[in-house]
Each structure stands twice: as structure tokens, then as C-alpha cells.
Design a protein around this ligand. Structure first.
Ligand code: ADP
Ligand code: MG
Length: 351
């Protein structure tokens, strides 16, 4: 057995390049695909392969205890559901629909069999909701709590595939649902956790009127309904990405990869009433929660202005701005006409 010893003093801290920099580094060092069937590799919401009449889609995501979830307030059933939903969301972001999933779990010895049953109750509920088959996985011991990694296989007709890098200037920028609620739900749960830790007899105060926020955080849904709806209307977005890390970060990905700029109107960003109330309570701007909060799992997509006419009356879809030809200008515009650059918040290793 050989042991590698790193001279950490002369090495690069992960935080200096961040998650995006790290993925870029891996991508650049990855050889070009060897197979003609590999249509897209690293860089979109899912990998794409030629499957005859359709394109196949493959995506994978990992959830780690202490990083992505806290079992003090996350029920295992919801966690199982979420693990599937966030993967299905990446397939929806390619304008595709899911078919099969595999689930890998790492379990520390503190989890009883019943806990795994509960986790799988949620996994099965999500598989039913999204009409996917659970077809395999891997199970291992873990020293550091629970790890769940899901891979999902999906498909999309070739003429409907939607990438991140194919948007054009003047396209209308649309989002589904509302944004920022999942982040505000997390703030609620974290606050209740602190109250509970201070006095374990205190019951969490997660009243009915906050139920939506907590549900958005604990049990998000992937927007496969929108994929169906766009197909029914005969609309293929020019580009699409799902909102896992916040609107700002996803919009910047879409613009950077498409070589466009964007103007987003802050007053158009869809916000739920509960999110507005909670943002006020936590003294954060609801627009900031939408831009940088993340975990909403809504879709951000662009359509040609003519195509948008067919969507303009759809309550589940909101136009928030348009794309421009200047890739250096991705801005948030206020009603008063002020424009500020949209920036993505950095990712911190281990945070
Ligand atoms: P998403 O937020 O949509 O799940 P990510 O930001 O995790 O996407 O990943 C962006 C792209 O980088 C995807 O194509 C993904 O497959 C790829 N990727 C992420 N991590 C790695 C890795 N460790 N090795 C190779 N490719 C990776
Ligand atoms: Mg994604």
C-alpha cells in the first residue's frame, strides 16, 4: 500500500477556486468523448447520449449529512423524496423526462433499519410522483453520517433537447413558480433548531402560514409539469437550466455559456406572500433570497419573443427580463431605472 503525503503548505486551498472553478478544472483535464454516442459531457444539467430516435440523459447528485441536510429537522421521508426530485429536476432542465433512478446510500451505524425504511418510503413516493423506476444502487457503511447519491436516466426527443448555451439576444427570460421560498424555509427551520437546542422542551413554532416555506425547503418538486406543458404548446425553449443554486448563479451560467447578457427586472421576480412576510421578519430582501438563496428547483428558461406570446397568460410562468448581446452586462434593473450587476455568491468548501 502506498500513502500519498501532500505538502499542504504549497498547495491550493479549494476555496480559492470554488466549486465552479474546480468543476472547470476537471472538465479541462477530461479527454474529449471517445464515443460518437456521447453528445454532451460535463457542463450542462445532464449528460446527453444518442439513443436512436431520442437523446438519453444522465445526471447524478449527492446529498451529504451536515452539508446538505440536518437530520434534527429533516424527516428522512422528505429527504428521500428530495433526493429523487433534485435529480429529476436536472432532467427537466434538459427538457426531458425521467425513466430510471439508482440510489446509493452510505449509512453510519446510528441508523436503524426503520430509518432506512422511512428514507425509502420517500424515495418510492417520489418515484411514483415522477413516474420513474428505481432499478438499483449501492449500499455502504459510512463513518460520517448519511450520504445519498442518486443517478437518474431520462430521455428527450432529439428535436426538443434544450441546452444551457443556446440562448440568443432578445429572448424572453422566464422562470417557473416562485423563488426564494426554500431559502426562507431553511432560515425558519434553523431558527427553530436554535430554540430547540436552547430548550429541548420547546416545541417548534412552524405555524400553518409558514407551511409553504418549510415544504419548499424539505420537499421540493421538480417541474416535469412544465416540460409536459411546453410540449403541449409546441414550444421548445432556446435554453434552460434548473434553479438549484439561486437565480443569480443559474442566470450567469446560462448567459456565460450562451455568450449573452441579460436585463432582469427586480419587480418581476415571482415571490410568494409567505416569502415576503418571512423576508421581512428575517430582515433580508426577498429579491436577494430569490437571487442567492437556492434550492427552489424551479426552471429558468429562455424563449423567442414570438413564442412567449403563447405563455404570457400562464400563471405558473413569469417573464422576468430579456437577453442582450453584451455578455458583460448581466444586470438587475429597478423600477426607477437603476441597474446593478448580478453576481453569484461564492461556494465555500465544507460550508
Ligand atoms: P447541477 O447544479 O445542475 O447539478 P453541477 O454544478 O453539479 O450541476 O455540475 C455542472 C456540470 O459539471 C455537470 O455537467 C456535472 O456532471 C459536472 N460535474 C460536477 N462535478 C463533477 C465531477 N466531480 N467530475 C466530473 N464532472 C462533474
Ligand atoms: Mg442543474
Amino acid at each position: 500500500m502506498t500513502t500519498t503525503t501532500y505538502d499542504y503548505f504549497h498547495m491550493t486551498d479549494l476555496n480559492t477556486i470554488g466549486e465552479i472553478g474546480l468543476i472547470d478544472r476537471i472538465r479541462q483535464a477530461t479527454p474529449a468523448p471517445q464515443h460518437a454516442e456521447t453528445i454532451r459531457g460535463i457542463g450542462d444539467d445532464a449528460a446527453v447520449f444518442d439513443w436512436g430516435t431520442d437523446y438519453g440523459l444522465l445526471s447524478t447528485d449527492m446529498l451529504v449529512e451536515g452539508i446538505h441536510f440536518d437530520l434534527t429537522y429533516v424527516p428522512l421521508k422528505h429527504l428521500g423524496y428530495k433526493a429523487i426530485a433534485v435529480n429529476v429536476s436536472d432532467i427537466a432542465a434538459m427538457n426531458g423526462l425521467p425513466i430510471q433512478v439508482t440510489v446509493n446510500i452510505g449509512l453510519s451505524s446510528r441508523f436503524p433499519v426503520e430509518a432506512v425504511d422511512e428514507l425509502y418510503d420517500g424515495i418510492r413516493a417520489a418515484c411514483e410522483a415522477y413516474n420513474v423506476d428505481l432499478v438499483g444502487g449501492d449500499t455502504t457503511a459510512s463513518r460520517s453520517g448519511l450520504i445519498i447519491s442518486v443517478s437518474v436516466l431520462g430521455k428527450v426527443p432529439k428535436d426538443l433537447i434544450t441546452y444551457r448555451n443556446t440562448a440568443q439576444p432578445n429572448d424572453v427570460v422566464c422562470v417557473t413558480g416562485d423563488l426564494g421560498a426554500a431559502y426562507l424555509g431553511l432560515q425558519m427551520l434553523e431558527r427553530e433548531k436554535q430554540v430547540f437546542l436552547a430548550d429541548p422542551n420547546m416545541q417548534p413554532d412552524l405555524s400553518e402560514e409558514r407551511a409553504y416555506l418549510v415544504q419548499r425547503q424539505l420537499r421540493p418538486d421538480a417541474r416535469t409539469d412544465i416540460v409536459h406543458e411546453l410540449r403541449d404548446l409546441g414550444i421548445r425553449p432556446t435554453a434552460m437550466i434548473d434553479i438549484s443554486d439561486g437565480l443569480a448563479s443559474e442566470l450567469l451560467h446560462l448567459c456565460r455559456q450562451s455568450g449573452t447578457g441579460a436585463v432582469i427586472f427586480d419587480e418581476n421576480i415571482p415571490l410568494d406572500d409567505q416569502a415576503l412576510l418571512a423576508a421581512d421578519e428575517f430582515k433580508i430582501s426577498p429579491v436577494t433570497a430569490a437571487l442567492n438563496g437556492g434550492e427552489d428547483y424551479e426552471l429558468l428558461f429562455t424563449v423567442r419573443p414570438q413564442a412567449f406570446e403563447k405563455l404570457s397568460t400562464n400563471a405558473r410562468i413569469t417573464a422576468i427580463g430579456y437577453l442582450t448581446a453584451d455578455p458583460d452586462q448581466v444586470v438587475l434593473a429597478t423600477k426607477a431605472g437603476q441597474q446593478t450587476p448580478i453576481r453569484a455568491q461564492g461556494w465555500v468548501a465544507g460550508a
